[in-house]
Design a protein around this ligand. Structure first.
Ligand SMILES: C[S@@+](CC[C@H](N)C(=O)[O-])C[C@H]1O[C@@H](n2cnc3c(N)ncnc32)[C@H](O)[C@@H]1O
Length: 302
């Protein structure tokens, strides 16, 4: 079976590294092997760069990904960061030659010192250990919604949001907002002001959650988190109302989630009006330090 150019390059890179006895260096350093042109094209495509966005390549090598990103859209800006001064110089010269120097810059810098707070897309192709190490920096500094695009290796436990599988894997992850923790909100349902105390667990973009209102406890369903956009469903029997369905959709910004909730109420008992009733209310949740979820509930659980 014919080995792809990219896989061949990776194999050579691994053998060379082992030979040089640089195994520990994999944690903080990767040798230069340029991505093949087809992979560069697929990475740029998967990133889906929009007008006026900024892309960074951590370990930019000879600059090929940053330059291709800038060439893909005349309003896109690019930043390349590499630990090898020679490659940085070479990349800057190439940007001049291609007439891209006004939108593209290359920095001689360790990837760990790169500024990830103002970029929309982060490209990366390092040794797997180094990619996983950079994850904490991404979660700490990148804005929710930032796309991370990497070739070949995964990002440990992070599940990609999109994968282009053939002929080699190129994956994209969307940095999620932080939802993990305790949140409270109030809603007026059926003329009664109710407090909802929710607790969310989060593994990258995967959410689970539970909630309490009054003495009722419930589990959220269909939880979705993409960047700042969150949605989830709660089905719960409320005292004096009956079985309800709550569909929450909103945006997470820091310690606030804001959006709307569609509440579907049971049909009224009178025969003329048997349709399900639904109402849409504004919804605003605030992060809390402690949660009423854990307050004593007593034994009246019916
Ligand atoms: C496998 S090459 C990828 C080059 C380019 N991104 C591409 O796909 O064509 C890895 C690059 O990362 C650079 N590098 C390695 N460790 C680094 C670090 N800690 N910080 C910044 N750059 C690093 C190397 O000099 C090399 O150019």
């Amino acid at each position: 079976m014919r080995m792809s150019k990219q896989l061949g390059a990776v194999a050579a890179l691994l053998v060379l590294t082992a030979y040089l006895g640089h195994a520990h260096a994999q944690e903080r350093f990767s040798l230069f092997v340029g991505s093949d042109p087809k992979t560069v094209e697929r990475m740029v495509k998967l990133a889906g760069l929009r007008d006026h966005e900024t892309a960074i390549d951590l370990g930019s090598g000879d600059g090929r990904i940053v330059l291709a990103a800038a060439q893909s859209n005349p309003t896109v800006r690019g930043i390349g960061v590499d630990i090898d001064a020679k490659l940085v110089k070479q990349s800057a010269a190439k940007a001049e030659e291609l007439g891209l120097a006004d939108r593209v810059r290359f920095e001689h810098r360790n990837a760990f010192d790169a500024d990830l707070g103002k970029v929309d897309v982060i490209f990366m192709w390092f040794f797997p250990e180094l990619m996983r190490l950079v994850r904490v920096k991404i979660l700490e500094q990148a804005r929710p919604g930032t796309r991370v695009v990497a070739a070949l290796w995964g990002m440990g436990s992070w599940t990609p949001d999109a994968v282009d599988k053939e002929p080699t894997e190129v994956s994209m992850w969307i940095v999620p907002a932080r939802v993990e923790g305790s949140w409270d909100w109030q809603l007026d349902v059926g003329g009664v002001q109710r407090t909802y105390s929710a607790i969310f667990e989060q593994q990258f973009q995967t959410l689970e959650g539970v909630v309490r209102t009054g003495n009722r406890h419930g589990i959220f369903h269909d939880l979705k988190l993409s960047g700042e956009q969150v949605s989830f469903v709660l089905m719960m029997t409320l005292p004096n109302i009956g079985f309800t369905r709550h569909e929450f959709t909103g945006r997470v910004t820091g310690n606030t989630m804001q959006g709307a909730v569609k509440i579907t109420l049971p049909p009224k008992t009178n025969e003329e009006d048997e349709e399900l009733q639904s109402l849409v209310l504004p919804w605003q949740a605030r992060r809390t330090v402690t949660s009423a979820f854990f307050a004593p509930t007593g034994v009246d659980i019916r």
